[in-house]
Design a protein around this ligand. Sequence first.
Ligand SMILES: C=C(O[C@@H]1C=C(C(=O)O)C=C[C@H]1O)C(=O)O
Length: 432
Amino acid sequence: MTSPSPDDVPGPLGLSRPALVVRTISVPAAQVDDLLGLLPPPADAGDIVSWVRKGEGLVGWGTVTTFRSRGSDRFARAQEWWRTITAEAIVRDDVDEPGTGPIAFGSMAYSADSQTESVLVVPEVVVGRRGGLAWVTTTTTEAVPAADEPLEPQPAPADPGVVTFADRDLTKQRWADAVEEAVARINGGDLDKVVLARSVQATAEERIDPRWLLTRLTQDYDTTWVFAVDGLVGATPEMLVRLERGLVTSRVLAGTIQRTGDDSHDLALAGSLARSSKDLEEHEYAVRSVADALTDHTSSINVPDSPFVLHLNNVMHLATDVAGVVDDSSTSLALAASLHPSAAVCGTPTTHADRVIAELEQMDRGRYAGPVGWMDASGDGEWGIALRCGSYDAPNSLRLYAGCGIVAGSRAQDEVAESVAKLLPMRTALGG
Ligand SMILES: C=C(O[C@@H]1C=C(C(=O)O)C=C[C@H]1O)C(=O)O
């Protein structure tokens, strides 16, 4: 006979695993003015979670339980795990808003073939802020709820010292060759669009406190979602899917131009981006892939005719906000699974583009370009695409990623420059 695994040991309520005991209380919004400032210094980068934009969102710390999965059913297994533990949970929720009560943060691997695990984490403490509302959720596996968590500003993160950067899987030149090869295949009629990414290793003198990165990312890129889940940290401008009480929205980005820092010149560049047939084509593939995937789950869907230009500090993107009313019981994670990978990070047609990516990039994307975000017990949640990010592989080192959509009109050197611009948020946050 084998001894029972920790999961089989009966919990205090006689269930096969200890039930989650979850309590959400309302707190004065003034107490959570600075969400990121409440994060305690983590022993490990994976000990904190963040999903913050313009001072609103969610932060959390401590880990009550984690689920990890790999392969083509990674989304379905994560979904099933969450459904089971939330069905068993004992909940007292005084706020009852999206993001209150039981909550999991997640980060899913880009590829079914990835060696990297997808993960859902349930933190011990989550602090949320939205509009005038603020709340604290504590989760335990004890039969009694945790004591109220005092919310106090925490010591500031330390500087990681000098950071060095080095091309990782492919050198810039080899990556430029891969872009040229992709353009040749597109011109040969093999496929319409493919997104190719490259990676850079960042190594610091001292350990890199993820709060150091989050604080700086939020200052410089306040229109992005600044995230941290299980050691994946970044600032994404792209919302793959938000589900709130039956309304689904998605912000699709594709088509990029670098900013110069000169406002009037940048305005002229924004105009040329909005008229660029190469960028409009690249954008249209991405919007189509999202709209097609959402159509299967919605009774009505609104897709604007033309994109707007989203201004970030480093780049400008063509952007389209798609919205719809969900007419099935899909959770936000299930919707993310059906939208992933969109043509913003993969290409058109999807299966062919995925094969070209595996062949030409010569790296495992890990959780880069996969869905990252959170979900509550009702299935409402927000899942961005993990872009402008890095993944810890040691306390003082991260692997950074950036990718570019390649279409018939793409030029390798322009794409290299675009990837450099997309690496800038993480490089600057690191202090490079
Ligand atoms: C792939 C990335 O970004 C994606 C690709 C874009 C493009 O090619 O224009 C724009 C936004 C994102 O959808 C990245 O930042 O790594």
